[in-house]
Design a protein around this ligand. Structure first.
Ligand SMILES: Nc1nc2c(ncn2[C@@H]2O[C@H](COP(=O)(O)OP(=O)(O)OP(=O)(O)O)[C@@H](O)[C@H]2O)c(=O)[nH]1
Ligand SMILES: [Mg+2]
Length: 440
């Protein structure tokens, strides 16, 4: 393959930088640049020496040599570790560009690894998830996929589809054996029901994995002055948003991230919602409404000491959303109503809310250890397989013929193959890898 090059470490000043090259002729290019014998270059794993551009030394570097097929991409790969000045990095890259090695595009190393059979698509996506992980838990889940545990989850369903298709072929080829067909259909229907329930479980686990990997967006909403910004600060354990006794303090959305029991939470503190004549405040309230739309979970905050709130209006605003209704300023009231969730942001008494967040996400300890298909692409394919099997079941119930049922199963099989990255189109995989970093 055409040789490519990219900086694999961040484009910032650091002790060292790692530049990766892959493809035809990279050994020769690096050997010549380091004034080493190209014939013997792949015989050693590590070379230390100066890297030259024409007669000028660019830097003293270490080159790690990975001959095909035993490299990440499956091609000849060299990783050059240089000193981490961006001037040096730029000089090295420019030097190799001049030798006809082009800059890699996002994810090109991973896409080559995929096309050369070094990783399956789910493993390649797991590498990206590892890079993007923000908590130990999300990194660990990605690691399970990288080890290949995730792909295996769909194998029993794919194998069953293959076996069932083979059985149906017999019916199509020998239609006179109608009694065989009937018994088979009864059995197949029962098996489909079982597979649909397995798929539902996979989808549920995938959605839980998605929460652990990507976290969730939470909007804090409520009337002005109920203590939303105080609650944001208490959750973040940081004096991030301005708090004041003046209603209408927050105008722009204030954002903050935290990890709660290993789940990344992205908080949005919003402007208090009320009728307002103030132009800027009205803009803030529009942003609050937008945050509600974007959020996975709404925390609707009320002031426990204020009985005047227009609760109906908020119920309307939160309709259809995952919601926790919290009463703040519990320190100001005497008796508490049963069934209500109280906190005091000012006194940092917020544990009940943290527990409620964990509870509403429905995660248990096993969710953190279960490999799952948890990105949007994978989940949508699982959904498609499930829908196709449901259609297939309907077809059997409606007395459809073997060839129609067989066609539905073929379709489910294609979705399954796409899920694990077999038979995917070039466009699709390009789209997937374009979300990766350059150098990966
Ligand atoms: N007693 C008591 N006061 C609180 C509590 N939480 C917040 N406050 C006070 O309530 C007032 C409003 O707090 P903010 O956090 O600014 O309220 P907000 O909901 O962000 O208000 P807007 O940004 O105007 O919508 C401030 O004076 C806070 O000190 C609490 O738990 N107890
Ligand atoms: Mg505020």
């Amino acid at each position: 393959m055409e040789p490519i090059i990219a900086l694999a470490t961040p484009p910032l000043k650091s002790a060292l930088a790692l530049i990766r090259l892959s493809g035809d002729g990279v050994f020769e290019a690096v050997a010549k640049s380091m004034r080493k014998d190209p014939e013997n270059f792949s015989k050693k794993k590590i070379w230390v020496g100066y890297l030259y551009h024409e007669e000028e030394i660019i830097d003293e570097v270490v080159a790690f040599v990975y001959p095909a097929p035993n490299s990440f991409t499956g091609e000849d790969v060299v990783e050059i570790s240089s000193h981490g000045s961006m001037i040096i990095v730029k000089e090295i890259l420019t030097h190799f560009y001049a030798l006809g090695i082009r800059q890699a595009v996002n994810g090109e190393f991973s896409s080559r690894a995929f096309y050369n059979g070094k990783v399956d698509l789910v493993e390649a996506e797991a590498i990206n998830d590892m890079i993007n992980a923000t908590t130990k838990e999300s990194k660990n889940l990605a690691l399970l996929s990288l080890k290949g545990d995730t792909c295996k989850l769909i194998f029993p369903i794919l194998n069953w589809i293959d076996e069932t298709l083979a059985t149906l072929e017999v019916n199509i080829d020998y239609p006179e054996y109608t009694d065989i067909e009937e018994t088979n259909f009864k059995e197949i229907k029962a098996q489909i029901e079982e597979k649909i329930s397995d798929l539902k479980k996979l989808i549920k686990e995938g959605n839980q994995g998605k929460i652990i990997r990507n976290g969730i967006k939470i909007a804090l909403i409520g009337e002005p002055n109920v203590g939303k910004s105080s609650l944001l600060n208490a959750l973040l354990n940081e004096d991030k948003a301005i708090v004041s006794h003046i209603p209408g303090t927050t105008r722009d959305v204030v954002e903050g991230d935290l990890s709660l029991n290993g789940i990344p939470l992205h908080l949005l503190d919003t402007a208090g919602i009320r009728e307002s004549d103030d132009y800027v405040e009205t803009l803030g309230i529009l942003k609050s409404r937008k945050s509600i739309e974007e959020a996975d979970l709404i925390i609707w905050l009320s002031d426990a000491s204020n009985k005047e709130e227009n609760q109906k209006a908020f119920e309307e605003v939160c309709k259809g959303k995952k919601l926790i209704h919290v009463f703040n300023k519990s320190d100001l009231i005497e008796g508490k109503d049963d069934g209500k969730l109280y906190v005091s942001a000012a006194k940092n008494d917020i544990e009940p809310l943290k527990k409620a967040i964990i509870d509403i996400l429905g995660l248990d300890d096993s969710s953190f250890e279960t490999p799952s298909f948890s990105n949007a692409r994978e989940l949508s394919l699982l959904e498609k397989i499930k829908i196709t099997l449901e259609e297939c079941k309907d077809s059997i119930e409606n007395g459809m013929t073997s060839d129609l049922i067989s066609a539905s199963l073929q379709e489910a099989r294609l979705y399954g193959k796409e899920l694990i990255g077999q038979d995917v189109s070039m466009d699709l995989s390009d789209e997937i890898f374009s979300r990766f970093c350059v150098g990966k």
